[in-house]
Design a binder for this molecule. Sequence first.
Ligand code: HPA
Length: 270
Amino acid sequence: MLKKIKETASYLQSKMQYMPKVGIVLGTGLGELATQITECQEIPYQEIPNFPVSTVEGHSGKLIIGKLGETRVLAMQGRFHFYEGYSMKEVTFPVRVMKELGVETLLLSNAAGGMNPDFKIGELMIIKDHINLFPEHPLRGENYDELGTRFPDMSKAYDATLREKAKKIAARNGICVKEGVYVGTQGPTFETPAEYGFFAAIGGDAVGMSTVPEVIVAVHAGIRVFAMSIITDLGVPGKVTEVSHKEVQEAANKVQPLMTAIMKELIAEI
Ligand code: HPA
């Protein structure tokens, strides 16, 4: 794995004019941010040695390297989901490469179903913590001390300073944001009403099929993390809505400009 990380990082370095400081996983709701990256170079995943290739509809796979304002960023357009059949090592490989390239902060977004009765469809939730229910752990197996410690602390996985900054930015722009716990599950099924009820009972505010693996590997690597969800459907008892991928994308597209605005200002403050 170490050899692969170095090989991929040196391939990307040979293509880059400068090293990125901030990594971005452009999940659902952040695609628009990619259009604002300047001085950019785009590298399709299939051209990058050792990179898996994204398959899911609505997620085109490429790395975008450039600047957002004055900040040097490396953005992933399209992430690798566990439900697509990738192993957890593959899902999180790009985060390893980001670390090797010097990334210090990772921003992520996703679509999620809300269990918290105070949530509405189309609202944004800053992730303050997560519950990992994926059936495979990205750090299972041999630990490479060069990458991080065997037993990483997860008590401060979602950086408090970045969350506070994001809340201030949202308030300044008149954007309503919630904060909550994200439950990460493997999918690809959306939840049954009983499963939503279970996830709420164990302390979750929203549930989705991504983010947690990348966050774990980022924390292991000592990268600061900020993540946000768009609540695209509800799993609130008595209010469970029928969900489809199309509806999730439509709801996410509507709120996209607000999420983009917050992320952009946050990057300027990093
Ligand atoms: N469950 C899991 N993943 C999701 C959901 C959901 O309700 N909505 C968007 N992604």
